[in-house]
Design a protein around this ligand. Structure first.
Ligand code: IMP
Length: 426
């Protein structure tokens, strides 16, 4: 019985989709446990590009069970679209390879309206820059115990009563505070049921399914969404998402014991990016930042937004390693840095006049830190053709070694491009 975890070690967009797809070969079950359709996991197979928002990235492999755990907030319309889109492309998706927790919380249209209206109302710097997918409001409802869950979709009376109760408050807010149109409960319920009907065959007690599969000796891979620095508890609050992309989210979002977890892989890019607002100590100026953005294709898979780019922040990475007990680091997109002569990494912050290696997780305080850099030699050559670790130039190996020495965690794999074969074992 064992399970491994892949989680984002930065602010998301570390390339987890490709890695989960790649690792899926060695696992029987792939599980999404938190987040929602705010995620955008990209997988490239030959000339084909797939972007998954809610589906585990294992769906592209035959004979794998994919599970969406109850920690996920489910945008049914988005999920139905994803399933049907992949089916049209010849990918087989059925309850034989996809199950969704009956207790997953549902994202309803009012969540998205409130998410967007809330953002619009915030003044400049206070905006979070959310994806507008209703994530915060849906998790809010879950935690104030008024959320609608997948199982509620199939009980007409409960569903309508819950939506009516919710809309009593939400319509007041929408109309009087946000100046929006009110929604009609019956209409919301009708629309929701239309999508729920398509998802009903997939609904299951995934907690029991998952634990039974583990008992049978099946290998499970947990696929994190977003990244540790966006964690609601440990990220750069309030510039975070509303779930736990850190290790605790695996247990609370799936119902699997921590005792079964063996490897915890932290995926990090060789540089740093952030999409949306919030502090970013190592952010580069527009000239160098846009050079990296273009070389790395740094545009959001969900919203198409340009990602902010910066130097690798080792202070933050070490914090993430310790917080999650990372067993291994998987370094992605090191090939993008080939365009640079010199590369910097942040080794310390100056915070309140003191030099420190302690991460500052408070979002407002993090704005006040000054990064201290170490310059490392660039390698200036194309890495995308490397297929073995020994193919890497000396300077690239030294860069990797610096990360390992600083964090105390082995960089066990390095990715040098989006294709399945562009991965090197150290
Ligand atoms: P929300 O999750 O849509 O509420 O957005 C909150 C913050 O998390 C915003 O800064 C988003 O840009 C960021 N975010 C949410 N999902 C992702 C993701 O999958 N990758 C990167 N950033 C994300």
């Amino acid at each position: 019985m064992s399970a491994d975890v892949i989680l984002g070690a930065q602010w998301g967009d570390e390339g987890k989709g490709k890695i989960v797809d790649l690792f899926s070969e060695q696992y029987d079950v792939i599980v999404r446990y938190q987040g929602g359709a705010n995620a955008g996991h990209t997988v490239i197979v030959g000339k084909d590009k797939y972007v998954m928002h809610l589906l585990p990235s294992g769906v592209l492999h035959k004979n794998k069970m994919n599970i969406i755990g109850h920690g996920v907030v489910l945008d049914m319309e988005s999920l139905v679209g994803e399933i049907e889109g992949l089916q049209k492309r010849g990918i087989s998706i059925s309850p034989r390879n996809l199950l969704i927790s009956e207790n997953a919380s549902i994202v309803l249209p009012y969540h998205k309206l409130i998410d967007k209206a809330k953002e619009e109302k915030k003044k400049g710097g206070k905006k979070i820059g959310t994806t507008g997918r209703g994530i915060g409001p849906a998790y809010t409802d879950k935690y104030v115990r008024i959320g609608v869950r997948l199982r509620d979709m199939f009980n007409n009376e409960t569903l309508l009563a819950k939506i009516e109760e919710n809309l009593e408050e939400k319509n007041f807010l929408l109309k009087n505070f946000y100046g929006q149109k009110e929604l009609a409960a019956a209409q919301v319920a009708k629309e929701a049921k239309k999508f729920a009907k398509k998802l009903k065959p997939y609904m299951a007690n995934t907690l029991s399914v998952l634990n039974n599969l583990l008992k049978k000796g099946k290998k499970v891979l947990f696929e994190g969404a977003q990244g540790a620095l966006l964690d609601i508890d440990f990220g750069t609050y309030p510039y975070v998402t509303s779930s736990n992309p850190t290790i605790g989210g695996v247990m609370t979002g799936s119902g699997v014991s921590h005792r079964l977890i063996k490897k915890v892989w932290g995926i990090t890019k060789a540089y740093q990016t952030r999409v949306g607002n919030g502090p970013f100590p190592t952010e580069l100026d527009e000239e160098l930042g846009s050079k990296i953005r273009e070389a790395g294709g740094e545009y959001g898979a969900t919203t198409g937004r340009a990602r902010r780019c910066g130097w690798l922040d080792l202070v933050a990475l070490k914090y993430v390693c310790e917080l999650n007990g990372l067993s291994d680091i998987l370094l992605t997109k090191i090939d993008v840095l080939s365009i640079l002569k010199d590369i910097k990494v942040c080794t310390h912050y100056i915070y309140k006049g003191r030099k420190t290696q302690d991460f500052v997780s408070d979002g407002e305080e993090l704005y006040t830190v000054k990064p201290v850099y170490k310059s490392l030699k660039g390698w200036g050559s194309d890495l995308t053709k490397a297929r073995k670790y020994s193919d890497l130039p000396k300077a690239a190996k030294a860069y990797i070694k610096f990360i390992e020495d600083y964090t105390g965690v082995k960089v066990s794999m390095v990715s040098v491009g989006p294709e399945r074969d562009q991965i090197l074992k150290a």
